[in-house]
Design a protein around this ligand. Structure first.
Ligand code: AIR
Length: 192
């Protein structure tokens, strides 16, 4: 059974008042953000915020490859038909969610290793990154959920010139911020 974007177990981020490109509540999600547990949410917030800032409609859901394997299967099988174009899957520990989902869809899957266990994310990273040939998961760094959002945006931008412009503007702002920091640092060290 596929759960549609309007059903109660899907979470749609509300409009972000801080962004110049608010996500319309009526927009159909193109990115799905999965997390293995609600305890992962603090590490995923940067991903959700970045998607919102870029004006990308998204959905978010807790699905565990181990605790809810049937839901993981149903989600992966139904995502493409619902219009999802990129899947971000975050999990900690024995983090098999991204790999399981990737095995069931041809949509690009981005894995986010979460540092939620005693092994501080090394286990999650290894569980996600070493996929067998034929079933890739694009793995970002441990807890690097912002990068997952940017990579998802870059994938979508290959067919979306408007989004490409937003990403170019984002990179320009980032470079300006670094230049500013460098100036302040030199000033602080008396190297001007
Ligand atoms: N997890 C949940 N099902 C499978 C896995 N690998 C992960 C979650 C979370 C960690 O287990 O992604 O990072 C602990 O989950 P919880 O719910 O016990 O806090």
């Amino acid at each position: 059974m596929h759960r549609g974007p309007g059903s109660s177990d899907f979470y749609r981020m509300p409009n972000n008042a801080n962004t110049s490109n608010p996500v319309s509540a009526a927009s159909r999600p193109t990115v799905s953000v999965l997390m293995g547990s609600d305890s992962d949410l603090p590490k995923i917030k940067a991903c959700l915020e970045t998607l919102g800032e870029l004006g990308i409609p998204f959905e978010a859901e807790v699905i565990s490859a181990h605790r809810t394997p049937d839901r993981a299967h149903d989600f992966a099988k139904g995502a493409e038909a619902r219009g999802i174009q990129v899947i971000i899957a975050a999990a900690g520990g024995a983090a098999h969610l991204a790999g399981v989902v990737a095995s069931l869809t041809t949509l690009p899957v981005i894995g986010v290793p979460i540092s939620s266990s005693a092994l501080n994310g090394i286990d999650s990273l290894y569980a996600i990154v070493q996929m067998p040939p034929g079933v890739p998961v694009a793995t970002v760094g441990v807890d690097a959920s912002k990068n997952a959002a940017i990579l998802a945006a870059q994938i979508l931008a290959t067919a979306d010139p408007g989004l490409r412009s937003k990403l170019k503007a984002y990179k320009t702002r980032m470079a300006e911020a670094v230049r500013e920091k460098s100036g302040k640092l030199k000033e602080g060290l008396g190297l001007k």
